[in-house]
Design a protein around this ligand. Structure first.
Ligand code: FAD
Length: 417
């Protein structure tokens, strides 16, 4: 079987790239070992995060360092035996988080973040799945006046510097928007620019279905079967799938936290790490409803209203990518979540665990492989890959078809490491 482009990985990044290439007249085959949107793109908090313009930096203040160092926080947990392996990566992350370098990461990411909602809206409209995107924003809830003041100061700075819109809510104002949040929460910031999805995996699948309806092929296969025709890639590439061998001149590697399974074979070294995270769905007690995703900033827990129930999502876990999941993060977060919202019992037997593909300089790799004709990279979107799938797909397709990309792609080059 011959095609123009093989896209390896059917998460939000791969599916969006396949759609944008198809729009530009390319014949595309999407290959995944699972269904579309069943890994990180399934289990995230569903935020199309138009408001967090500045990437999450490694904390540099003593209080946070002590808190995380003690390894008891809800926001970050690490497996002690993994520390020696992840320490060099953490050191690079810390280095890139200096004020000057963090400002650089913000400059790089801002044009992508600012386009994330409109690029999703474009695909949502074409796929005809409006209920899978909600234009309501999300809420940062605080338990103390000091914390609310700090969040308000940051929101004000973001409004001034980046033009984001927000409402500062006291207890009564928050009660109007979220009547079932408990009195432990004393106020909130309602970020109004982001959209959210009640089913991010379902939305990714809806985009994949659109791709198939428009003539694209989605085939089950293991990306690690990728081989160069003739050995050097000049004459194209081939992948072995359940439906036989497919060959193409161009291959996109969009395998999230597994992308190193390909690029390392090609001889590249890049500092990709997986920040693991968990979710569990709960019923709401009685007639309680949650209208927006709510981040409890003091507890470091997100509660998001999903089609499957109230999804509690956790912060970061540093452990080997392929290690079994641990119950610790959900166990730490659940009691705190119950303090602010009347959660009923979980409505699934065990937590889900997923992998945020992360680079220490807080930006993805998007663009051509430096030393292999026809290989293109799109991975490492950190905490915001669900938001950035469609805009990434667009700019990579623009690069591959010789158009001028809508943003400066120099920041995302693979050879920057
Ligand atoms: C708890 C949590 C909450 C999050 N919340 C948000 C949020 O609110 N907003 C946001 O924007 N982002 C959020 N994220 C981050 C976001 O989910 C990810 O950045 C994004 O989904 C990454 O997409 P991807 O397509 O690169 O990877 P994935 O969705 O992981 O897709 C990778 C694909 O590659 C496939 N693959 C891997 N190896 C092979 C192989 N050998 N052969 C074939 N296929 C293979 C996998 O099966 C998978 O389908 C969150 C992440 C977590 C874990």
């Amino acid at each position: 079987m011959r095609t123009d482009v093989i896209v390896l990985g059917a998460g939000i990044i791969g599916v969006s790239t396949a759609l944008h290439l198809q729009r530009r007249g390319r014949d595309v085959v999407l290959v995944d070992r699972r269904g579309a949107g069943e890994e990180a793109s399934y289990g995230n908090a569903g935020l199309m995060e138009r408001a967090t313009i500045e990437p999450y930096a490694f904390p540099r203040d003593l209080g946070s360092l002590v808190k995380y160092g003690l390894n008891r926080s809800t926001e970050v947990r690490y497996e002690i035996s993994f520390l020696p392996r992840i320490a060099p990566w953490l050191a690079r992350y810390w280095w890139h988080s200096s004020p000057h370098r963090h400002a650089e990461a913000t400059r790089a990411m801002r044009p992508l973040i600012e386009r994330c909602v409109e690029e999703h809206a474009d695909l949502v409209a074409e796929a005809g799945v409006a209920p899978l995107m909600r234009p309501r924003g999300w809420i940062k809830a605080a338990r103390s006046q000091a914390r609310l003041d700090a969040e308000a100061a940051e929101a004000e700075r973001f409004a001034r510097d980046y033009g984001i819109s927000y409402d500062l809510l006291d207890r009564a104002g928050l009660k109007e928007r979220e009547p079932h949040l408990s009195d432990r929460v004393i106020g909130a910031i309602h970020l109004r620019d982001p959209n959210t999805s009640p089913d991010p995996g379902g939305l990714t699948k809806a985009y994949a279905d659109l791709f198939i309806r428009k003539g694209g092929r989605f085939i089950s296969g293991d990306a690690r079967s990728l081989k160069a025709h003739g050995g050097n890639g000049k004459a194209g590439w081939r992948v072995t799938t359940g439906e036989g061998e497919i060959s193409a001149d161009d291959v996109v590697v969009a395998m999230g936290a597994w992308s190193n399974d390909i690029y390392e074979r090609l001889g590249y070294r890049m500092p990709l790490a997986a920040k693991r995270g968990y979710h569990l769905h709960y019923a709401a007690e009685g007639n309680a409803v949650l209208n927006h995703p709510v981040l409890d900033v003091d507890a470091g827990v997100v509660l998001a209203p999903m089609n499957k129930g109230i999804r509690l999502t956790t912060g970061i876990e540093f452990a080997p990518r392929d290690a079994p999941k641990s119950p610790i993060q959900i166990a730490r977060c659940e009691p705190l979540a119950r303090e602010i919202f009347p959660l009923g019992p979980p409505n699934e037997p065990e937590p889900w665990m997923g992998l945020r593909p992360c680079f220490p300089d807080m930006r993805p790799v998007i663009g051509p492989a430096p030393r292999h004709d026809g290989i293109w990279f799109a991975f490492g979107h950190n905490h915001h890959g669900f938001s950035l799938g469609p805009v990434t797909g667009r700019i990579l397709a623009e690069m591959m078809t010789g158009e001028d990309p809508v943003v400066d792609t120099g920041w995302f080059r693979a050879d920057r490491f």
